[in-house]
Design a protein around this ligand. Structure first.
Ligand SMILES: NC(=O)c1ccc[n+]([C@@H]2O[C@H](COP(=O)([O-])OP(=O)(O)OC[C@H]3O[C@@H](n4cnc5c(N)ncnc54)[C@H](OP(=O)(O)O)[C@@H]3O)[C@@H](O)[C@H]2O)c1
Length: 325
């Protein structure tokens, strides 16, 4: 059995990583699920899922606790939480704490969850601290641990269950329709299914020799929002439309939907995220992605898999879900 320590295990992304590892066909992995509170609900749910999962206390602000949690493990998966760190700099500090702990207890294989380097791609014309923090930390990590793997993902499909929930609106004929609204207009919106991130991470641990020292650019699908609404309608049988918003309208309506933290007043940077994805795009090679995860889910497959029908679901901790009208 190879033990993998998962930083952020109780979170939306971490839970899918943990499940994919213990369910991997090789049956070679067991998991230390790191959490600040091993007796919390999410930690207990994970332990109930499989006897190959043990919740272990650690805090990314406390490097010693990470060293204790990493002692003797084969590998570490790390998804830091920008919203809890509260700033770009602090998320980088937390990431370096994880890499330093790996170095100090001789863990060679760290799989670090990252995102696009927005400042570099846009030549600093857009600020997106929760992407840049992870991209900058990735460079430090590869310098410290040359065999680390950087898993560069994308916004989750599951954001539709929370901050991007479609509005349920009554039409003039009395029927209801779901209204998807954002500033993507007709541009492809690259996203990832949480269950697919789990598969990509499990692949990275199972195929260490082919991924060490590499950046893996992953995602599940890049539909337009019109295709999202049409697919939702076709799969669920419920009416749905897409209504594009301007970036200004989006920023205004999303005031207060994101925790008020130092770097992200009033959700301003969620607006910047859409500006980045709309105007620069998140480019992915789906032939490569299918080669490492043949069962990758496009939006239609994700809808069928999750059976989501437009209702709000608490997936992440940091966004306040809008209520369905
Ligand atoms: N939403 C998206 O579309 C998307 C896409 C890609 C990446 N991300 C990134 O994912 C991160 C958030 O993860 P998530 O989506 O899984 O959110 P989440 O469901 O809110 O989970 C946050 C996780 O971080 C852990 N955590 C927070 N502070 C910690 C600390 N100081 N020490 C140890 N663990 C800590 C929490 O563990 P405990 O509370 O149990 O300690 C929990 O497991 C963000 O950085 C975000 O940028 C999000």
């Amino acid at each position: 059995m190879k033990t993998i320590a998962v930083v952020g295990a109780t979170g939306a992304m971490g839970r899918s990583i943990v499940r994919a590892l213990v369910d991997h066909p090789s049956q070679e992995f067991q998991v230390r699920a790191l959490t600040r509170n091993p007796s919390g609900k999410r930690a207990k749910e994970l332990e109930a899922y499989s006897d190959k999962i043990t919740a272990v206390q650690a805090d990314t602000n406390d490097q010693k606790s990470l060293e204790e949690a990493f002692r003797g493990v084969h590998g570490v998966f790390c998804n830091t939480d920008y919203w809890n760190a509260g700033s770009r700099v602090q998320e980088i500090v937390q990431s370096i704490n994880v890499a330093t702990a790996c170095l100090n207890v001789s863990v060679e294989h760290l799989v670090y969850s990252s995102l696009e380097y927005v400042s570099a791609i846009t030549k600093s014309s857009l600020s997106l601290p929760y992407f840049d923090s992870k991209a900058e930390a990735s460079e430090y990590i590869l310098a410290m641990l040359p065999k680390a793997t950087i898993l560069i993902s994308a916004p989750y499909f599951e954001n539709f269950l929370g901050y991007a929930l479609p509005e349920k609106r009554q039409r003039s004929d009395g029927d209801f329709e779901f209204v998807f609204k954002d500033p993507m207009a007709d541009k492809p919106y690259t996203m990832v299914a949480l269950d697919d991130i789990g598969q990509f991470a499990a692949y990275a641990f199972a195929e260490f020799d082919s991924v060490r020292g590499k950046k893996l650019y992953v995602a599940s699908d890049s539909p337009t929002m019109m295709e999202v609404a049409d697919t939702f309608s076709r799969v669920t049988g419920l009416s749905a439309v897409y209504e594009p918003m301007t970036l200004e309208e989006f920023r205004e309506t999303h005031k207060g939907t994101v925790n008020d933290i130092q770097d992200s007043p009033d959700g301003e940077f969620v607006g910047n995220m859409f500006e980045f994805i709309r105007d620069y795009g998140i480019d992915r090679d789906y032939d490569f992605i299918k080669s490492i995860n043949p069962k990758v889910m496009d939006f239609e497959a994700w809808l069928r898999h999750t059976e989501w029908k437009g209702e709000p679901v608490a997936v992440q901790n940091y966004f306040v879900a809008k209520t369905t009208k």
